[in-house]
Ligand binder design. Structure first.
Ligand code: HEM
Length: 333
């Protein structure tokens, strides 16, 4: 190497060190892309070493000034493809399993026939919380799914304009409906947790496979049977995971979660796909799949024969309570 170019190399190195560029880990100081935009390779090096490269923007959202890491588009594609596949397998799998179940078992009827006598099951506030949770979850699931697959699936069908408007509104709905969802999740948890602690009565339900495949086989159950307890805990744990990761994704800078953004994105997508599959099964059994079930959440009361067949121990508890104290207008626990 000629002495002149050797000297200029040292000088360049010294300038880079002073500026905190190009030497990974040499400085925690942030690189300034405005001053160093000519050293494109230095910017790329800094991005690859995990440093944030923050430029200048004239809009209020300063996050827009962060340069996108070169690996991010590849990551975004991988994430989209994986979550799409998972959603497709989980949701289609759930629908196919339910269709088979319907073909084999048909609608689960009240075998003794409807008695016409109704007993209170859920209070107005419990039903309000359930429907708030249900409505917000369904919109969150659909708008979330649109963010992942909409561009590939919907955009070619409905066109750029309609897709853009729909996605912009969908994103707003997704950001804001997360809050009523969390409120409803807490309410549902508080109202029903005491009835969802697994106990030894559940063993019989498990041994009989819930009694759902054979007519006349009704394992005893209190307010919620083991199947419902699993739905409850899936909703509570899955809902809490979605809420936590969702908040991290909404406020990565404020929550100090920017470095783990991609991890939260994966957890959010995977949990959303799995919980959607569970909820499809829940919606089926709570509506068309079982005669008399919808009334519990629709009217707040259920037919006495339905209750005796599906929640025999709960009916006994209700009868004992009513014998001890005359029935009141409020639904009993
Ligand atoms: C939109 C359609 C839905 C329908 C028709 C529906 C129907 C029902 C019914 C009838 C019950 C009471 C069952 C009983 O009396 O034993 C119930 C309970 C419940 N629902 Fe829903 N539901 C829907 C959506 C959802 C969604 C989206 C969630 C959560 C994200 C949810 C979470 C729950 C939970 C945790 C329970 C208590 C445990 C259980 O019964 O499985 N529901 N639902």
């Amino acid at each position: 190497m000629k002495p002149v170019s050797f000297l200029s190399a040292i000088a360049a190195f010294a300038i880079m060190v002073l500026l905190g560029l190009g030497v990974p880990g040499a400085s925690a100081q942030q690189i300034n892309p405005t001053a160093n935009s000519v050293h494109e390779d230095a910017l790329l090096d800094a991005l690859q070493s995990g440093q944030t490269v923050h430029g200048r923007v004239s809009i209020p959202d300063q996050r827009a000034a962060d340069l996108i890491k070169p690996g991010n588009p590849g990551w975004a594609n991988l994430h989209r493809d994986t979550i799409t596949l998972l959603f497709a397998v989980a949701v289609i799998g759930s629908v196919v399993a339910l269709a088979l179940f319907y073909l084999i078992r048909g609608r689960i009827r009240v075998e003794a026939g409807l008695s016409g006598r109704m007993i209170p099951r859920f209070s107005a506030i419990e039903r309000f919380s359930h429907w708030l949770l249900a409505a917000s979850f369904i919109i969150l699931a659909l708008t979330g799914l649109n963010l992942v697959v909409g561009r590939a699936v919907l955009r070619p069908i409905i066109g750029d304009g309609a897709f853009g408007t729909m996605t912009a509104w969908g994103k707003l709905a997704h950001n804001y409906l997360a809050w009523p969802f969390m409120v409803a999740l807490v309410l549902v948890f508080l109202f029903w947790v005491a009835h969802n602690i697994p106990n030894k009565i559940d063993m019989q339900w498990i041994k009989q496979g819930g009694g759902i495949l054979k007519k006349g086989a009704h394992p005893p159950a209190k307010k919620f049977n083991f199947g419902q307890k699993m739905i409850f805990w899936a909703v509570v744990i899955g809902g809490a995971a979605l809420s936590f990761t969702g908040i991290m994704l909404l406020f990565p800078v404020e929550a100090g979660a920017a470095a783990d953004w991609q991890l939260y994105q994966v957890i959010h997508g995977v949990v959303a796909a799995l919980l959607s599959a569970v909820i499809i099964a829940h919606i089926y059994i709570g509506s068309v799949g079982m005669e008399g079930a919808f009334d519990a959440m629709g009217k707040g009361e259920v037919d006495e024969n339905w209750a005796k067949e599906h929640h025999s121990l709960w009916v006994e508890e209700m009868e004992a309570k009513n014998r001890a104290a005359p029935p009141s207008a409020t639904p009993a626990e």
